[in-house]
Design a protein around this ligand. Structure first.
Ligand SMILES: [Zn+2]
Ligand SMILES: [Zn+2]
Length: 133
């Protein structure tokens, strides 16, 4: 029980320090610093329990393995950015106005999902200015 608790705390800490959606493999890499005995099976088991408890929620991007984010961070309507160079996913604040203008006559929109792709700040800096052209 004690071990389970410290594993879960380490995983929650990984989410908080990253403050972006994490894949199980990323969680393992970060949380292992606190709990060296952690393995991928334990991460999956703990995530499942955190999902059931409503602590985290899945972030599903088309054609991507599942990532997760803290429920508290997900509370507000937001979208995601996926870096094509390092495969990290980031939270975007806010939304796009005027989506309803895209709808054909007679259509009603009940929801939307927006994913932006590109390179994150770290990858853009690494690639140099020519990458942005
Ligand atoms: Zn990147
Ligand atoms: Zn939106």
């Amino acid at each position: 029980m004690q071990r389970q608790t410290s594993q879960r705390l380490a995983i929650e800490a990984a989410f908080r320090s990253a403050s972006r959606p994490l894949a199980p493999q990323e969680i393992l890499q970060t949380a292992r610093g606190h709990v060296p005995s952690l393995n991928l099976a334990t991460v999956y088991r703990t995530l499942k329990r955190m999902l059931a408890d409503g602590v985290i929620q899945p972030v599903d991007l088309p054609g991507e393995p599942a990532r997760y984010e803290l429920q508290a961070a997900a509370g507000q309507h937001h979208h995601h950015f996926r870096c094509r160079r390092c495969d990290s996913v980031f939270d975007l604040q806010g939304c796009v106005a005027g989506l309803r203008r895209l709808l054909p006559e007679g259509f009603r929109m009940t929801g939307h999902d927006i994913v932006l792709y590109g390179s994150c700040a770290a990858c853009s800096a690494q690639a140099g200015p020519e990458f942005n052209t």
